[in-house]
Design a binder for this molecule. Sequence first.
Ligand code: NAD
Length: 474
Amino acid sequence: MFEYAPAPESRSVVEIASSYGLFIDGSFDGGKDGDVFKTVNPATEEVLAEVASAGPEDVDRAVAAARRAFGTWSALPGAERAKYLFRIARIIQERSRELAVLESLDNGKPIRESRDVDLPLVAAHFFYYAGWADKLGHAGFGPDPRPLGVAAQVIPWNFPLLMLAWKVAPALATGNTVVLKPAETTPLSALFFADVCRQAELPAGVVNIVTGAGDTGAYLVAHPDVDKVAFTGSTEVGREIARTVSGTGKRLTLELGGKAANIVFDDAPIDQAVEGIVNGIFFNQGHVCCAGSRLLVQESVFEPLMDSLKRRMATLRVGDPLDKNTDVGAINSAAQLTRIRELSEIGSAEGAERWSPDCQLPDRGFWFAPTIFTGVTQAHRIAREEIFGPVLSVLTFRTPDEAVAKANNTPYGLSAGIWSEKGSRILAVADQLRAGVVWANTFNKFDPASPFGGYKESGYGREGGRHGLEAYLA
Ligand code: NAD
């Protein structure tokens, strides 16, 4: 294979301060007790910045600011709220190069993805919900749907800015105000977004950003003056939040984990399926809740498919996230890398066969080579548990019924994929899959107009589309 010359995006397009405060009531401050944590570049382990850790008093201030702002924000005509959202969307587009570099530095994802997937989708979400703000009476929730009040929103580290957009855009469009807590390993793009809100002259207190770890999130969701909780993250924390919120009258949506089946039938176009498999599990280093982490292959095409998949995996470039040729970037944190390693070792110990292409991993930073396991059975932990990394478990099936039974044999139900040339087969199988999203002859396609969410332990409620408005309206 020929070699590409390095093509690094310039790091200097974005300015990163050495320290950041909390964004409360329209301005930044250091937090009451002065606690800080560091956020690092996972590709180099370099400290990027020190960030304030919000304690209970800070969360109280943020919720109070959101409550004060709610009166005027919710009273604005929808068309006026829309103007702010359109302005935010345009500023995001204008500053998308800065934001893409910042996201890749803090998260480890390839610049090709932050630039071409995350940022365009973030802007599209704000544009999309801006369009709804003055049409809420026609959205199918009655003639005069009302906002809920103050929304507490807690998001994970895998798509930091995109998850923010999924939460903030519908909340603001419907007239709610927000206190958002980004993940502790990826706070920087949310803090940049706070600056975007200032640039857009969004009224103070409509969006507040409190940084910190799980205890900050726990305090926020339990706050008595919060009307709505929206959480994206692990099923374990989602369960805890459901217990906290239960009986309080707060509205709750949970977007949790997944273990999606990507099903390849023997009539599927193999080359396209291979691209879809690679995109399904190696996109964003596999840190994707809806990743196609269980590949179900019809037995008769197992060998040719595996040969093609391995050939394709050998061409994946793993390395510097800022290099425009990079396909697979860094694992987001040391803790996540440990989890991926542990589950992969368990896969080998339980008897599955492990394979990775030859690839030179950088010396510093958190890295894991793209990996597949074959000979996996449904009893294996790597077939049941979410690895949340670039690791694919491959199982086989003989009949469509067996494929459906295996695909649904999971406590999760977020997404699935079907590869087949027969439209009737796609429709029949999709109908039987217990998953919130089913992709046909594609995978990991997102659009703000399309609702997203899960069944069973993948959570409840929908984000995106008209359905996404419902979670923020009474
Ligand atoms: P996590 O649950 O550990 O953390 C998510 C967020 O919750 C972070 O901001 C964290 O600080 C906060 N948090 C931790 N403990 C908390 C508590 N007790 N109360 C309130 N907040 C708390 O998950 P993670 O490791 O950051 O993210 C990975 C998980 O997220 C995966 O399981 C993945 O599938 C899931 N995820 C789901 C979706 C979806 O849309 N369904 C999208 C992205 C990620």
